[in-house]
Design a protein around this ligand. Sequence first.
Ligand code: ZN
Length: 325
Amino acid sequence: MASSMCPLSSESLKISQRQLFVPSLQEIKNVVSPALAENFSEVFVEVVDCPDLTQQPFTLAAAGLGGVKKILEVGGPSFLLPIPQRHKIYELKSILDCINDKKMEKRAFVVGAGAGPWPRLSKNCEMMMNVVVSAKDLKNETRLSWVGRNEECILEESLGNDTRFALLANLYVSEGTPEKVLKVHAKKRTGKLDFIATMQKALQAHYKDKLVGLGGTFLFKQGKVRQHVMRDFSTAPLTTENALNNWLKFYEMSAPLVAVGTFVSAQTDLDLRVQHFHSFSHHGEGGHYHIDTTPDIAEYLGYFGVAESLYRIDQPAVCVDFGKD
Ligand code: ZN
């Protein structure tokens, strides 16, 4: 593991890099398939060429999940709980400049889940990052969602050239190029685990001390799903899981939803969040994925790439024992 400081951010950020164990897609297919079959009645897992993810129904900012593949975990729930550390504002481009290899990648396609740049809205919000950054261009299709005055969910699509976020994020960085990916199609949930937890726990059980990380996207094709949106920052400290769950606003959101995020096989000494996906839609809903609430008709279609390295950025000194679901 290598550690360095990123001098490009306003506050110098500590960055730890770790090489990940990179199994073949075929091996991962073999590891997750039995677990998926225990939790869903219809399961199809294949290694395929990535479809063009810029097209419906995914509508992401780049076509593929290939090239140099990295997972970034920035900050963590300790910067939100029990009291928000409002000064924890990050800028994606500066972070990418710090972690790029010397033969600087030409293009970064970044998707994932985090807290949005609260100064933009003057309130706390969820972020579904979906952006292509290159030396010359920025294609920013990141969405933010927040809780409106009448407790409704509001989803904003246009951030312009603002690539900031806050507090915490779990991001998958690739070059956005077409490459083989793991396709996971699962229907009708029969077990207790959600779509991602099913695969995460299978990786955890199989790889043990070898750290494996995946990222990408899944479409929630049919049914309803329990998702939360963070309200504006709490004035009272959130010291228990109960207080946290009362502060979060939970919704039942409708398909189709497009989720973006990462999952890793283990928490390790880097205090990693083992899974984190946020989803957006074209019908005004978006938030943090928990689990579908309509198991009989639930249907998921995911495409995932396997990361080669992981960057732990600005790891909090203190761990919290809740807030990572
Ligand atoms: Zn989240």
